[in-house]
Design a binder for this molecule. Structure first.
Ligand SMILES: *Cc1c(COP(=O)(O)O)cnc(C)c1O
Length: 381
């Protein structure tokens, strides 16, 4: 029994992936142990942050690092840093912006909702958002035309939520921004590569500590020295309301060390094993109107099992998702493609032994719907 069940919450089988709304990552036993021991001791917090940030910057070969309570906080802190620089009076004055430079430029196809509206993380600092281009096309002249005396930064989003076609690439954005001396912030919250965006010239790169890295709820900003110092100065202002605790700092650092020493190939093999195991468990149960295939994520090395609800399946994909969620234990899936009749099972947070449990639950739900009525497919879900 997990602790959540002691307050009458359903057990969750997480086939959705690293989702903030499900608690993101289950930390490793070693990380959990580090966190428990860190929570039970005192430490000088400023020295702790210095020590961990220096070590993370060294590990990831960046000029500097800053800790945040999550990636959303990291975005707000990064924007605040671009507004204030190292001026403590400006830091304390936010959301009143002293001096010029109050606009953050974002490509239209990058204006995403990740559970909250990205632009609100910008606007809460006092900055305003300047969207450029259209959702299906941004060109260099849009960016050049928008940059001016009021530009504080350009925010670039790397995510499956963002439009991937016809947007300016990070390299193109960096090249133009550099001409004008404008910093580029990258929101790479859920990405797996902790060096590529920095190497491509981003000024600040923001990650979730609790997604790919597999740590506790936390955020990480990597970047160039002066801006990282400005990020860290926000602890005396905005970031005070978004602080990260000592146990999460140590948990993040421990998870990061594990993440960097794990072989990428091994991780991929393990994910594919789990996805294939789930596929054979589902196939073995011979569900009517259900087909399966393995499909890879568009930008990351993540294989997923796709379950396709065909015309003769007694439930639509959306109705099936709702029943999986309502089941006890609750089975949570990835539902971006549910409108097209596809449910995705993500292996990252699945235990191998949960694959048979999921297949049994699926069989139970589909067979019950089959027996009930063929008319179920038309239910308004
Ligand atoms: C998850 C996510 C965020 C927010 O991350 P948190 O750490 O949960 O605050 C921001 N941007 C993108 C693209 C994300 O995927």
């Amino acid at each position: 029994m997990n602790p959540y069940q002691s307050i009458d919450l359903s057990n969750v089988i997480n086939a959705a992936g690293k989702m903030t709304y499900l608690g993101s990552s289950a930390v490793s036993p070693a990380v959990a142990e580090t966190m428990a021991r860190s929570a039970q001791s005192f430490v000088d917090m400023a020295s702790l942050k210095d020590a961990v940030c220096d070590r993370i910057a060294g590990l990831l070969q960046a000029e500097g690092a800053c800790l945040a309570s999550c990636a959303a906080a990291g975005i707000a802190v990064s924007v605040a840093a671009c507004l204030t620089g190292n001026d403590l009076d400006r830091v304390e004055s936010l959301p009143e912006i002293k001096g010029a430079g109050r606009e953050v430029i974002v490509q239209k196809g990058h204006v995403v909702h990740f559970g909250a509206n990205l632009t609100q993380m910008i606007r809460m600092t006092g900055a305003s958002v300047r969207e450029i281009g259209t959702v299906n096309g941004v060109r260099a002249h849009h960016l050049r035309g928008a940059i001016g005396g009021e530009t504080a930064a350009v925010l670039y989003v790397v995510s499956h939520h963002a439009v991937s076609n016809e947007m300016l690439s990070l390299r193109e954005v960096v090249e133009i921004a550099e001409e004008y001396g404008v910093p580029v912030i990258v929101d790479a919250a859920a990405e797996v590569d902790l060096s590529v965006y920095y190497r491509q010239g981003a000024s600040l790169v923001v990650y979730s500590g609790h997604k790919a890295i597999g740590g506790p709820t936390s955020g990480l900003i990597l970047g160039r020295k002066p801006l990282i110092e400005a990020c860290r100065l926000q602890d005396k202002g905005y970031a005070r309301a978004m602080k990260i605790g000592k146990e999460n700092i140590m948990g993040l650092y421990a998870a990061l060390q594990e993440y960097m020493s794990a072989g990428a190939g091994d991780a991929e093999r393990r994910l594919l094993d789990v996805a294939e195991r789930l596929q054979s468990e589902v196939r073995r149960r011979g569900l009517p109107g259900v087909d399966t295939r393995i499909a890879w994520d568009a930008t990351r090395p993540i294989p997923r099992l796709q379950l396709i609800a065909e015309a003769d399946c007694p439930l639509t994909a959306k109705a099936l998702v709702a029943r999986l969620e309502a089941h006890r234990p609750s089975v949570r899936t990835r539902n971006h493609l549910a409108d097209s009749g596809i449910i995705q099972f993500d292996p990252r947070e699945l235990k191998p032994e949960e694959t048979a449990v999921i297949a049994d639950i699926l069989a139970h739900i589909v067979q019950a719907a089959s027996a009930a009525a063929p008319a179920e497919r038309s239910e308004p879900q």
